[in-house]
Write a protein that binds this ligand. Structure first.
Ligand SMILES: Nc1ncnc2c1ncn2[C@@H]1O[C@H](COP(=O)(O)OP(=O)(O)O)[C@@H](O)[C@H]1O
Ligand SMILES: [Mg+2]
Length: 306
């Protein structure tokens, strides 16, 4: 394994001075589209170090070098929502920004649903899934009640812990405050983008941010659950390797799989909830995260085999 870059070693030392301990190890977690995440080991609890730099990938965000700084600004506003999460942040010499966050150890919905995808439809499994998904919807509803939207819901941004749900990557979040620096928002991952958002992206210039709402986020969460449950996104793309624009067209047209044909085993009540949360027309869709949570919660009181 390559030794970590000097900028990371310096930042790890800096973070160590903030947490009052020496860093016991540095591991690269992800490196994509101008964003690197490292796990810094500390005896007092690990830290996620996120470094943002310039990005040329068309699927990434313009002005990606501002993302860590912007996320730090979002988290300052969301301090009471995630207490003690943001440890420190700053600029990188020569351009770019960084932030240090408390390391969160939950599992993704993809992992939670793995036994279900493999065929385990036991009442215990269903109950496990429902309690976790209700917890995610409730957490999202709390965020919405504060006037914020995550705007980049995807499986990797939801961490399910034994007692709490953590959302991560608030770099693109939209809320009631003007944030500086701002970045151009052109949707999150295509699989989880609501049809109306896809249509806006396709009909507006690249340098113009699109605005989303709670219903688009209900779609996104349902799409994450669809992906976790079936292994596939809701949209069946004309070509899997098609350019982003073509995939967005398929999303905008609501070209959905027949859930009954791809789900691992029948679960009518859950499938109906997903179906209602994924309706292509926003006015037909479950209108809020609170309502989605209530619907999922009501399933916990139904016959677990239906
Ligand atoms: N606070 C954290 N706790 C645990 N894991 C994290 C944390 N922050 C980031 N990660 C890990 O790093 C990955 C990338 O982080 P993310 O914030 O989504 O950055 P980006 O999308 O810019 O790569 C996450 O999917 C997760 O695996
Ligand atoms: Mg991310």
């Amino acid at each position: 394994m390559n030794p970590p870059a000097p900028d990371v070693v310096n930042l790890a030392e800096h973070v160590g001075s903030r947490v009052g301990k020496a860093c016991g190890g540095i591991e690269l977690v992800t490196n994509r589209r101008g964003s690197r995440v490292y796990r810094l080991r500390f005896p007092s609890g690990d830290v996620a170090l996120k470094l943002a730099s310039h990005n040329d990938d068309e699927q990434g965000v313009r002005d990606a070098e501002h993302l860590a700084r912007r996320e730090a600004a979002v988290l300052t506003h969301l301090h009471d929502f995630i207490p003690g999460y943001l440890i420190d942040s700053g600029d990188v010499e020569g351009g770019g920004s960084w932030l240090a966050l408390r390391w969160l150890s939950g599992i993704t919905p993809q992992r939670l649903f793995a036994p279900a995808r493999r065929g385990d439809g036991s009442p215990a499994q269903r109950s496990n899934i429902l309690h976790a998904t209700v917890a995610v919807a409730d957490r999202m509803a709390q965020l919405h009640a504060l006037g914020w939207l995550h705007t980049d819901l995807q499986p990797a941004h939801i961490l399910l812990g034994p007692t709490a749900v953590d959302l991560i990557d608030f770099a693109l979040a939209q809320g009631p405050h003007q944030l500086l620096p701002d970045v151009t928002y052109r949707g999150g991952m295509v699989h989880f983008t609501a049809p109306e958002t896809a249509a806006h992206i396709l009909t507006t210039p690249d340098d113009q941010s699109v605005v989303i709402d709670e219903r688009a986020e209900v779609y996104a969460l349902a799409a994450v659950l669809h992906f976790a449950w079936t292994g596939l996104p809701p949209t069946t793309y004309t070509h899997d390797q098609a350019p982003l624009q073509d995939k967005l067209k398929d999303v905008a047209h609501g070209r959905h799989y027949d859930l009954a044909a791809i789900r691992p085993w029948p679960w009518t009540a859950f499938e109906n909830a997903l179906h209602d949360a994924l309706r292509p027309q926003p006015e037909d869709r479950i209108p809020s995260m609170t309502r989605f949570g209530e619907i999922l919660s009501s399933l916990t009181r139904k016959d677990p085999t239906r």
